[in-house]
Design a protein around this ligand. Structure first.
Ligand code: ADP
Length: 389
């Protein structure tokens, strides 16, 4: 059974803590992706599981057996790396079977395993070719084949698609999913590409500064990010953030406010918060009636438009705003339908979908609420004239 368990795993180098108190519980047969920015500790985490790096602290268990101090050969794992090192003067069959031959597997068993793996990977007709006669994608398949023939409990894959061109990478994503379905083996996969993580995994483990931020199914990370880091990292283009404060009547920043009763999401006024909204949850005010719970309109000026084919990204300038993102202090990104007649350099109003608003603590980044109610705490008392109308 290929379950993998990391308890308080830490890896310190001289002046850097690459992995910081990592706890992971990966079930047998699960496809878990470690994702995060470059240098966050993904590869080091994977290498500790592989036995290529010894952790400074913590324990690692594979298939119920503690392997913390065991060398890679005594862990039932197989690795696939970004740099595929195939033996140039061996044909595909010999490349795939090399690991089995040095372990003295019987010839007919080797042949059976290589042919089974080649069939799964649809490379049967390539078995006699040398690596120089293969495309990048074919070479990558051979590298995966070499891992499959070992019949490991766990596959460890470190950016295996990073060297492929964009189209092939997308194709190989679906191949890997198909492979996982067929083999039902645990896969722990490392990538810095959040789209790759979102599309393939049962769960993704988002890492930053060596620390696990959240481990959850992709859509949970997307819809209910545990903190501002996850919210900003998962999803492309990134979530918009606005810095502000909770008041008795909702969220207020220099640029705009959103009315709601903080107590309905268990919060008190006076707290400094970041409000997060994804580009697809920002709408032109003209579309407000399509939403169950739109916010009040916010005045903005459209800036640059980016037509993507299936949607248009619209950069919005928000007057007087410091929206908190250092790169674009007063910018908000909106995604609209491709047939929208929206124009650049125009004053418009936008609304947000309340159910898709996120609140984060301004200091810790911890998520405080996902979705805010339309009910306001202190409904303005209606004036005499309104009542008589
Ligand atoms: P990622 O895979 O997320 O890009 P790594 O796990 O490779 O990140 O690295 C995490 C951190 O540990 C980085 O700051 C990196 O420079 C550092 N690091 C990795 N390996 C070593 C090493 N052998 N010696 C010193 N520092 C290392």
């Amino acid at each position: 059974m290929g379950d993998v368990n990391l308890e308080h795993v830490t890896k310190r180098y001289a002046d850097v803590t690459a992995v910081d108190d990592m706890n992971l519980d990966i079930a047998d047969g699960e496809f878990v992706t470690l994702v995060g920015p470059s240098g966050c500790g993904k590869s080091t985490t994977l290498e500790t599981i592989a036995g290529l790096t010894m952790p400074s602290d913590g324990t690692i268990t594979i298939a119920g057996e503690e392997v913390t101090d065991k060398p890679p050969k005594d862990r039932n794992i197989a690795m696939v790396f970004q740099n595929i090192a195939l033996f140039p003067h061996m044909d595909v069959h010999d490349n795939m079977s090399f690991g089995l031959r040095i372990r003295d597997f019987p010839g007919d068993e080797i042949d059976r395993r290589v042919r089974d793996a080649a069939e799964i990977l649809q490379i049967e007709e390539l078995l006699d070719r040398e690596p120089s006669e293969l495309s990048g994608g074919q070479r990558q398949r051979v590298a995966i084949g070499r891992a499959i023939v070992r019949d490991p409990e766990v596959f460890l894959m470190d950016e295996p698609l990073a060297n492929l061109d964009a189209k092939l990478r997308v194709h190989m994503r679906t191949e890997l999913q198909r492979l996982h379905k067929e083999l039902e083996t645990t896969i722990i996969y490392v990538t810095h590409d959040q789209a790759e993580a979102m599309t393939m995994s049962d769960r993704i483990a988002v890492i930053n500064n060596g620390q696990l931020q959240q481990i959850a199914p992709p859509l949970v990370c997307y819809n209910e990010p545990a903190n501002r880091f996850v919210a900003g990292f998962i999803g492309s283009p990134s979530m918009n953030f606005a810095e502000g404060e909770l008041t008795a009547s909702g969220f207020a920043s220099d640029a705009f406010s959103v009315e709601f009763d903080p107590s309905t999401v268990g919060l008190e006024s006076g707290r400094r918060v970041s409000l997060g909204v994804r580009p697809e949850d920002v709408y032109p005010a003209a579309q407000a009636d399509e939403l169950d719970a739109p916010t009040d309109p916010v005045a903005v000026r459209t800036d640059v438009l980016e037509p993507m084919g299936d949607e248009i990204f619209v950069y919005l300038l928000v007057d007087g705003a410091d929206l908190g993102d250092e790169e674009s202090a007063d910018e908000l990104l909106m995604s609209v339908e491709p047939d929208s007649d929206i124009a650049g350099d125009t004053d418009i109003e936008v609304v947000f979908d309340r159910s898709k608003l996120h609140l984060f603590d301004a200091d810790t980044g911890e998520a405080l609420a996902h979705g805010v109610d339309a009910a306001t705490a202190q409904a303005e008392p209606r004036s005499e004239s309104e009542v008589s109308d």
